[in-house]
Design a protein around this ligand. Structure first.
Ligand code: C2E
Ligand code: CA
Ligand code: CA
Ligand code: CA
Length: 277
């Protein structure tokens, strides 16, 4: 329906109004997404750089709305965080990812590690560690086969309050990975005090590789530093051979990206383990 007073808005106010309306509408739809089975996980393979063999997968959530179609997690995860819906959605994601990893281990690859993205809001909502323990118990997945990815762009105050939780999870043998490394606020000396096992270098740095901007030197130095701090490095967003060649040369531990494998629905995971002729 057209609103009579629409012309009152200046263009930028109008687009802001649309944005607010879309957000409100998405939040309302997201409330039902779980019940209506509109959420799915896609799985992107991660590889050992040295051998080229699969290390495991990153679970990435997808929302397929019956009318609007696919809505990007970059759009709906922030809405889920603001509304608190991230708690039930995040629990579903974790449970589904652990269940599927259990199947991957039983059928194809016993050592598969499943990486799951966890929002700061979800981590700091009450009962997070108990929820994780419950999911591991229920699915029978070993803690060492689960990796939790936290983004470096979460506020440093959140990191401070998260330390005891991270220590608990790490104590159980769960792997902790710092996502989007290089985009956030943490200094290396701060990172050293956090119990992360792995750092994921943001794709921004990978895109700079082999450009004439000195980006390669920064990425190489980052990998060396992270190794000196006793952590492993995963590089994400690898799209071409030149990037892969450099990361091999610099002893980057693991690699992930469209060049090696896109995120795929679970039905396509078995194909990744079939020997290619
Ligand atoms: P992220 O955790 O940094 O995930 C990597 C994103 O890069 C994914 O986008 C992935 O599909 C994409 N990607 C993978 N390889 C390449 C590549 O070679 N080139 C490029 N350009 N991109 C690549 P996606 O799936 O759209 O997810 C966007 C973000 O949404 C994620 O960024 C993560 O922050 C968030 N997200 C996704 N799933 C979940 C979830 O289950 N829970 C939470 N809390 N956040 C999630
Ligand atoms: Ca991630
Ligand atoms: Ca990332
Ligand atoms: Ca991200």
């Amino acid at each position: 329906a057209k609103e009579a007073g629409k012309n009152r808005y200046l263009p930028y106010q109008e687009s802001m109004q649309h944005e607010i309306e879309r957000k409100y509408m998405l939040e309302n739809e997201l409330r039902h997404a779980l019940d209506r089975n509109e959420l799915q996980l896609h799985y992107q393979p991660q590889f050992e750089t040295a051998t080229g063999s699969i290390r495991g997968f990153e679970a990435l959530v997808r929302w397929i709305h019956p009318v609007m179609g696919a809505i990007s997690p970059a759009e709906f995860i922030p809405i889920a965080e603001d509304s608190g819906l991230i708690v039930p959605i995040g629990r579903w994601v974790l449970r589904e990812a652990c269940l599927k990893n259990k199947q991957i281990q039983a059928l194809y690859f016993p050592k598969s590690v499943m990486s799951v993205n966890i929002s700061a809001v979800q981590l700091l909502s009450g009962g997070f560690t108990e929820m994780v323990a419950g999911v591991l118990h229920e699915t029978g997945l070993s803690p060492a086969s689960l990796e939790i990815e936290l983004t470096e762009s979460m506020p440093i105050t959140s990191f401070d309050s998260a330390i005891p939780l991270l220590e608990t999870l790490s104590g159980w043998g769960i792997k902790l990975s710092l996502d989007d490394f290089g985009t956030g606020y943490s200094s290396l000396s701060y990172l050293k005090r956090l119990p992360f096992h792995t750092l994921k270098i943001d794709k921004m740095f990978i895109q700079d590789i082999a450009k004439e901007t000195g980006g390669s030197a920064i990425t190489e130095a980052l990998i060396t530093l992270v190794h000196q701090l006793g952590m492993a490095v995963i590089a994400e967003g690898i799209e071409n051979d030149e990037q892969l060649r450099c990361l091999k040369k610099w002893n980057c531990d693991c690699v992930q990206g469209y060049l090696l494998g896109r995120p795929v629905p679970f039905a396509e995971v078995p194909g990744l383990f079939q020997v290619k002729a």
